[in-house]
Write a protein that binds this ligand. Sequence first.
Ligand code: 9YW
Length: 442
Amino acid sequence: MRTSLGPVQLAASAAWTLSGNDIGTMITAAPRLYPHMWSWDTAFISIGLAHLSAARAAQELRTLLSAQWRNGMIPHIVFSEGAGYFPGPERWGAAELNPDAPNAPRTSGICQPPVHAIALRRIVDIARSQGERAVAYDLLTFAWPRLYRWHEWLVRHRDPLATGMLAIVHGWESGMDNSPRWDLPYSEVFPGPDLPPYVRLDRGLVAEDAERPSDVEYDRYLWLIEEMRKVRYDADAVVRDSSFLVGDVFVTALFALASEVLATLGEESDQPAWQIKQLRGWARRSRAAVATSYDPLTGLARDRDLRGDRWLSTSTIAGFAPLLCGGLPVGEEKSQLAMLCGPDWAGHPGLFAAIPPSVSPNDVGFRPREYWRGPVWPVIAWLFGWAFEEHGWKSEAEHLRTECLRLAADGSFAEYYHPLTGEPLGSRQQSWTATVVLDWLH
Ligand code: 9YW
């Protein structure tokens, strides 16, 4: 029998999970599988924390931002002193190879989706509603210029065609590591004989190997790091040389959305007008790039393989990117929303809860237990819910929230869930799952 906690117990349990993952210097992404700080996890984690303590949320975001590279990049992992994750700081060698990387704390050499301004918005609002005006003000003053520099880094180094479509150089940068979106570009990443040997540490920390990426996939992930090490993580050389270079429509949509949010936060806090204007311009351009990728035949937006110079039409949740940032004509937008809520996605009759999975259950590639190839990821649902609220699609946002809370009521705070049975998969006590649950409960 599946446990079903009531809202009070669930909130207490989520708070307990976060405090259990607090190692003093940071809240780790998960207790055993991910004993470090991940960039986009921390954005979500700080939102949940704000409900418990605005000051603690601000501290967490500050910890992440304090590891920002001198060139503006926010690294995808900030390592704790603890070991237990591969690849760790030695394998990355970021600080040894690139003077922009901080020596302490140590970091990885790539980035993750730019959701931080969205988190800042949420924390500032929560803090203000709690009467914590000084906390909100101090955090805004600290974070805004740093987030501006982060967005500027993305525009400067990750828009190789100057179209607004932002490129990633590793599947990890998408946050959706082994999504079928990347199968085609990864099929052209050929690990060389000089790939140093390694031992995976993730195996054994989840119930079944199939819940994690395969060894073939890992070889490619590690090979891309070797390629980056060769050019010492020089941002432009990485884009020039990496065998994986893909315009990521989901990252681009998040960037457009986050740039608008950051611009508005800038207006509220008297930031320089030219920077605010620039952010709005970047948002406009990236929103247009997302709209350009829309395929009327499938009704989905597409990634762009910049090495193979082709659209990637794999059908995944990322195809709904325009619903995050807007930019489609009203008719197309309405039909995307209907499709997301309809029988191929969140309205599929076999689902445990009406939440869009990472891949449609009607797709031949649907693998309900395999990581980003089918399971439901609560954070992704949170992003759509947040965007729905912003667009004024109240009933859709409310329905999604109710269904997510039903899924999460088992109190496992799993990393991802089996869409058809609701079985928890991957890590348990995953911080970002606990934190989005806390936000939904408020
Ligand atoms: C890994 C921490 C990270 C997330 C990613 C997710 C996973 C790390 O966990 O990647 O080693 O598999 O794919 O989005 O930030 O929660």
